[in-house]
Design a protein around this ligand. Structure first.
Ligand SMILES: O=P(O)(O)O[C@@H]1C[C@H](O)[C@@H](CO)O1
Ligand SMILES: Nc1nc2[nH]cnc2c(=O)[nH]1
Length: 291
């Protein structure tokens, strides 16, 4: 079956999904986590889990990519109520940009205040190595340059304003917290910061494209996250995001390296434990209104 490409989801559609979920769990999450390719182990850390397959959730798309389990998991992480997407959606799966970002609005209506996103990305910055964790400080939203922005279409003020600011999209306090926590955990050698660039995928970059993105100021390139960040900021949630550098992007015509999804998943496995510890430690330190 070809994925549902319905464009718009109304406030009422999102509310219906959120209410359906809230009726089936007592967990009232303050933190919403999105797991990138091969990084779904974070969801397994949640205690007292109540999990839903995406196929059972009204209005939810299905995961079609290897490394994205397709489960929404509620539970607690060191006592803090969380909800975790074990698998996200991508434009290249054939979904509309509104559909891939729908879960972020549902997070909002579940009561989430802070969104933490992870992804797998190719390293463009020549100082980065495979296995580095990059704290995202900003993004280049390439589909948005071509008019494919998740906020295109009628604006519902119940979510946010027509023209949201994005110069502060990535919460600076949370970036500093990640640096501090990373240092405490002994991750200083592989913890970096930088600019993430999203492309539509699913093809990986040509050499010319990679060189261009590097010149434009991107440190890492991937196929997700930025649309989710835009939607999260539009509806007023704090955002923190990390890229795991799973491969070095090929920038040289003489290179024999070839980007591939298996390498992406393999690097995810090798670095998963540290990434999970970094995110889970941060969750215990983030202050919310009633904790
Ligand atoms: O969901 P993320 O952004 O982690 O997935 C990346 C981009 C592609 O979906 C895939 C390529 O290997 O990994
Ligand atoms: N576009 C893109 N996405 C990725 N996800 C993981 N690695 C890569 C990469 O090299 N390029």
């Amino acid at each position: 079956m070809f994925p549902d490409t319905k464009n718009g989801y109304t406030y009422e559609d999102c509310k219906a999904t959120a209410d359906w979920l809230l009726a089936q769990t007592d967990v009232r999450p303050k933190v919403g986590i999105v797991c990138g390719s091969g990084l779904g182990g974070l969801a397994e850390m949640l205690k007292d889990q109540v999990a839903f397959n995406y196929k059972d959730i009204p209005n939810f798309p299905q995961s079609t990519v290897h490394g994205h389990a397709g489960r929404l998991v509620f539970g607690t992480l060191k006592g803090r109520p969380c909800v975790c997407m074990q698998g996200r959606f991508h434009l290249y799966e054939g979904y509309s940009i509104q559909k891939i970002t729908l879960p972020i609005r549902i997070f909002k209506l579940l009561g989430v205040e802070t969104v933490m996103l992870t992804n797998a990305a190719g390293g463009l910055n020549q100082d980065f190595k495979v296995g580095d964790i990059m704290i995202i400080k900003d993004h280049l939203n390439m589909p948005g340059f071509a008019g494919n922005n998740p906020l295109s279409g009628p604006n519902d003020e119940r979510f946010g304003v027509r023209f949201p600011c994005m110069s502060d999209a990535y919460d600076r306090e949370l970036q500093q917290m990640a640096m501090d926590v990373g240092q405490e955990l002994g991750y200083g050698d592989f913890l970096k910061e930088g600019v993430y660039c999203v492309l539509g995928g699913p093809s990986f970059e040509t050499v010319a494209e990679s060189r261009m993105l590097h010149k434009l100021g991107a440190d890492a390139v991937g196929m997700s996250t930025a649309p989710e960040v835009i939607v999260a900021r539009h509806c007023g949630m704090r955002v923190f995001a990390l890229s795991l550098i799973t491969n070095q992007v090929v920038m040289d015509y003489d290179s024999v390296e070839k980007a591939n999804h298996e390498e992406v998943l393999q690097t995810g496995k090798e670095r998963a434990e540290q990434l999970e510890r970094l995110v889970s430690t941060m969750v215990t330190k983030i202050e919310h209104n009633n904790n």
